[in-house]
Design a protein around this ligand. Structure first.
Ligand SMILES: [Ca+2]
Ligand SMILES: [Ca+2]
Length: 181
């Protein structure tokens, strides 16, 4: 049997890859705050931070981070073969595999996460904008902007469901529903 990567190692590697690519949990939480603040009075950045941390526990997301970051890094180093190298480096308009990988990791938190991803893909706020802005320094973030949008979308969807649960369920029922969202 082939050796399996331990879940904790995978999670740690995914978070390290984000940091290596200049993406902090804080920067993602700021996007979540912007997305969810209009819907609730009591939202704090702290709550958004912990929501981002919680969705990073999801394997689908960890795997998407690892795949996306790796392809960006290989493209930066010129280690992919042509024509893929040029397509990823130039972030070609019709190249949609970056969005496809990201959206594949958005399905865990329901339609709110999916619509939020669609919105972020267009509006590109905060660090997503920074990643998407092309600077001629050889950096490639073709995959990372979509990955960050996916993380923020999941964290937003999770928050929205939890806030609604808080309104509708008693403390005891909430305890039973723990882990639902
Ligand atoms: Ca694309
Ligand atoms: Ca992209």
């Amino acid at each position: 049997m082939k050796e399996k990567a331990h879940s904790k190692e995978v999670k740690q590697a995914a978070i390290e890859k984000l940091h290596e690519r200049g993406v902090t949990i804080h920067a993602i939480a700021e996007i979540v705050y912007q997305m969810q603040a209009p819907y609730t009075d009591e939202l704090t950045l702290e709550t958004c931070l912990s929501s981002v941390e919680r969705v990073l526990e999801k394997r689908e997301l960890q795997h998407a981070i690892l795949v996306g970051a790796e392809l960006d890094i290989l493209a930066e180093k010129g280690l992919l073969s042509e024509p893929l190298l040029s397509i990823i480096r130039s972030d070609e308009g019709l190249f949609g595999v970056d969005e496809t990988i990201a959206i594949g990791a958005v399905n865990t938190y329901g339609s709110i996460a999916v619509t939020t991803f669609g919105y972020l893909d267009k509006a590109k706020i905060g660090i997503i904008k920074e990643l998407d802005t092309k600077v001629d320094d050889g950096r490639v973030n073709t995959f990372m902007d979509d990955i960050v949008a996916a993380i923020a979308a999941n964290a937003s969807g999770r928050l929205a469901h939890r806030l609604r649960d808080k309104e509708d369920y008693s403390a005891e029922e909430l305890e039973q529903r723990k882990g639902t969202y």
